[in-house]
Design a binder for this molecule. Structure first.
Ligand code: F6R
Length: 366
């Protein structure tokens, strides 16, 4: 049942290329230049009337939502807010009939996410669900459903569900852009072409998994570490940090790289591991200067950058190159090394990788 892998988590990490392909599937037209989302029943007029988007989810799905905000704002130019479902419910969010609420849930049964969906509907908003379970509560109650075809996810730590949620956001963002005319057809075709190359690029990263076994063995003896990044790299850093905490029980914090000097830099001391994500070309120089700040205080820095870049090499202790893609698409690649790092760190510490302590796969209580 684990298809030759020692744990479900590793099997599911390796199923990501297939999950990407299945989630894109027939949603890209035969010419490969645009997105077809027949499951979205919203009319052009309804899409045109959207004034703001609220993305609501928990945990890893919330982290996918943070990437989703970037995607929708960049492609469709609609303002997006992202909330943790257990907060959204109780903060009297301003929801109008022109608000589109997107709920994200692998299981489709998370109590707080479902309650947020109901609150959104009560206020007259239209709800789109991104879920991995056809026929789940969230799928049944939403107005429109985008199913992620990741297949059953058994390991408590979410991997392929998160990345297929990202793919769903790319498709949805492109679909909104096509409908609203916020991006030119040629630009959309270019993004679609790059999207289709992601599965092969994930496979290339998986072929280098040993690198992250090595990194994990170096961090496994530490009790604290940091993930830093800017922009989309920060969103991915949050997910990498959650994954590591969840299964290795090593405490980590994800920080927006430019925010460190406003307090957290005080925690950087000799030998502390820092995982620096620097895949976003236009932010590279700024991130490098933040890396220098932690290096100067004795941190051991592991860097992730886009293939072809050279600037990070001198600034960090160890570096891994992510296959080149559009900066907007890089989260779908750069999270994979962090999943592998968490997996191997959990293994190195002798933990139960698939069933971490205190946690359940589906959180149906508030
Ligand atoms: C972490 C993880 C959780 C879930 C969260 C939401 O690896 O799996 O943070 O993402 O409990 O679950 P769903 O997506 O089923 O609503």
């Amino acid at each position: 049942e684990k298809a030759g892998f020692d744990h479900f988590m590793m099997k599911e990490i390796h199923e990501q290329p297939k999950a990407y392909r299945d989630t894109m599937g027939s949603r890209i037209d035969a010419s490969g230049s645009k997105v077809v989302l027949d499951e979205i029943k919203m009319t052009e007029e309804q899409i045109g009337s959207i004034r703001n988007v609220h993305i609501v989810a928990c945990g890893t799905a919330y982290h996918a939502g943070l990437v989703g905000k970037n995607i929708i704002e960049k492609l469709a130019r609609i303002p997006v807010e992202v909330d943790v479902a257990s907060e959204y419910r109780y903060r009297s969010p301003i929801i109008t009939p022109n608000t589109l609420v997107v709920v994200v849930s692998q299981s489709g049964e998370t109590a707080d996410t479902l309650a947020a969906l109901r609150e959104a509907k009560r206020c007259g908003a239209r709800v789109v669900a991104i879920t991995n379970v056809v026929g789940s509560s969230v799928a049944r109650e939403a107005d429109d459903v985008i199913v992620t075809w990741a297949g059953p996810e058994i390991a408590v730590a979410s991997t392929k569900a998160y990345t297929s949620q990202l793919i769903a956001f790319y498709l949805f963002g492109l679909y909104l852009a096509q409908t609203l005319g916020t991006q030119e057809a040629g630009y959309i075709a270019g993004v679609v072409a790059e999207l289709k190359q992601l599965p092969d690029k994930v496979e290339r990263i998986l072929g280098q998994a040993e690198t992250f076994k090595d990194w994990a063995e170096q961090v496994a003896s530490h009790e604290n570490l940091f993930f830093i990044g800017r922009g989309l790299d920060y969103a991915v850093a949050l997910e990498g940090s959650l994954k590591l905490k969840e299964i290795s029980y090593i405490h980590s914090e994800a920080y927006a790289a430019g925010e460190l000097k406003h307090g957290t830099l005080a925690l950087i001391e000799d030998g502390i591991p820092v995982i620096a994500l620097a895949t976003q070309e236009e932010l590279l120089e700024k991130t490098v200067s933040n890396i220098k700040e932690v290096k100067a205080r004795g941190a051991h820095v592991f860097g992730l950058h886009a293939e072809g870049e050279t600037e990070l090499v001198k600034a960090v202790d160890q570096v891994f190159s992510i296959p080149h893609t559009l900066p907007l698409l890089s989260p779908a690649l750069s999270v994979v090394p962090l999943q592998l790092l968490a997996y191997y760190a959990s293994l190195a510490r002798g933990n139960d990788v698939d069933k971490p302590r205190n946690l359940a796969k589906s959180v149906t209580v508030e």
